[in-house]
Design a binder for this molecule. Structure first.
Ligand SMILES: O=C(O)c1ccccc1N[C@@H]1O[C@H](COP(=O)(O)O)[C@@H](O)[C@H]1O
Length: 207
């Protein structure tokens, strides 16, 4: 099956439409305000309304106030929430909405034990970022540390680029991949050629 692709950190209409035309499965919108890729809720809603069918929208948060998450849920209506901080399962489940939980792949991380604490998560995003630090750093982690026996969907993230995505998929065989800085010209500004090359590489190795 083709590896699913999420492009994260969308801030511009044209980037979203180009990504959709390339066949991306999901677009990520960063609603945590410290991020360089933060998008105002009103702008995200305008982009969302212009997307063709079957492009999932993901709303990313990092230790945000529950009131803010609820407001985004109500107005933006994401298909998935993505929690990228220290949120516990009670907090994540409290929104009664499908969600992905990020796992920071520090040296001591035990993915199976972490995942067991979040029975309500639809999947897990394995990222190189330190918990509490802003993500989207463009740094990879040691992919040999991804366990093969996790039965729930895993999305590989952290430092993926058009040049390393083929190796990443061959090595990790993830359910999906998630990329932000590796397809950018600058934070929040996607690069058309990098987006295209990234999708071409995913299609080439996972066809
Ligand atoms: O993108 C951000 O600005 C961001 C901010 C806070 C938490 C997570 C963030 N991004 C996520 O990080 C991964 C990896 O990014 P990159 O490809 O290494 O730049 C990205 O897929 C987002 O889900």
């Amino acid at each position: 099956m083709r590896t699913r692709v999420k492009f994260c950190g969308i801030t511009r209409m044209n980037d979203a439409l180009e990504a959709a035309a390339l066949g991306v499965d999901a677009l990520g919108f960063v609603f945590t305000r410290e991020s360089k890729r933060y998008i105002a809720l009103e702008n995200a809603c305008v982009i969302r309304a212009a997307l063709p069918p079957f492009v999932a929208c993901v709303a990313l948060f990092m230790d945000d106030d529950a009131v803010w998450v609820a407001e985004v849920l109500k107005k933006f209506g994401p298909d998935y929430l993505q929690f990228h901080g220290n949120e516990d399962a009670g907090y994540c489940d409290s929104f009664a909405s499908p969600y992905l939980k990020a796992i920071a792949m520090g040296a001591a991380q035990n993915v199976a034990a972490f995942a067991a604490k979040y029975p309500g998560a639809g999947g897990f995003l394995l990222d190189s970022h330190a918990v509490g630090a802003a993500g989207g750093s463009g740094e990879t982690f040691d992919w040999t540390r991804v366990p093969r026996d996790i039965t729930r969907p895993l999305l590989l993230a952290g430092g993926l680029t058009p040049d390393n995505i083929a190796d990443a998929i061959r090595q990790v065989q993830p359910y999906g991949v998630d990329v932000s800085s590796g397809i950018e010209a600058a934070p929040g500004i996607k690069d058309s050629q990098k987006m295209r090359k990234f999708i071409e590489e995913v299609n080439r190795v996972s066809a």
